[in-house]
Design a protein around this ligand. Structure first.
Ligand SMILES: [Cu+2]
Length: 116
């Protein structure tokens, strides 16, 4: 009986250690656009991580979600939502923004920080 307990502890430790070195868990999040801002202005991730964003336009105007480096360009009308997925390949800082006239200038942007 004692032997089984020790074995279970060893197996548990092994599982924890092996999980730590694998691909990071996906980040599932909701991002809302209002008039004229995003509700989240900074997203932190790590290399290899997949980001799944449910993008919702809660505003009365149309709003976009663009990340130039990832080729993402997702224009939504008022009340629409869509799911956006991408994987972080390289460390760095990436800007997301809305290109509807005047919105970026009004501060409708945010940053994705990707660490190693
Ligand atoms: Cu906008």
């Amino acid at each position: 009986m004692k032997y089984i307990k020790v074995l279970l502890i060893i197996v548990t430790i092994f599982l924890i250690v092996s999980c730590g070195s694998s691909v990071p868990e996906p980040l599932n999040m909701t991002l809302r656009a209002t008039d004229i801002a995003y509700d989240i202005e900074s997203i932190n991730g790590s290399v290899g991580q997949t980001i799944n964003i449910q993008f919702i336009n809660d505003g009365a105007l149309e709003h976009n979600f663009i990340i130039d480096e990832f080729g993402i360009d997702n224009l939504l009308q008022s009340g629409e939502s869509s799911n956006i997925s991408f994987t972080l390949e390289q460390a760095g800082s990436y800007e997301y923004y809305c290109n509807v006239a005047g919105h970026l200038e009004a501060g409708m942007k945010g940053t994705i920080l990707v660490s190693e």
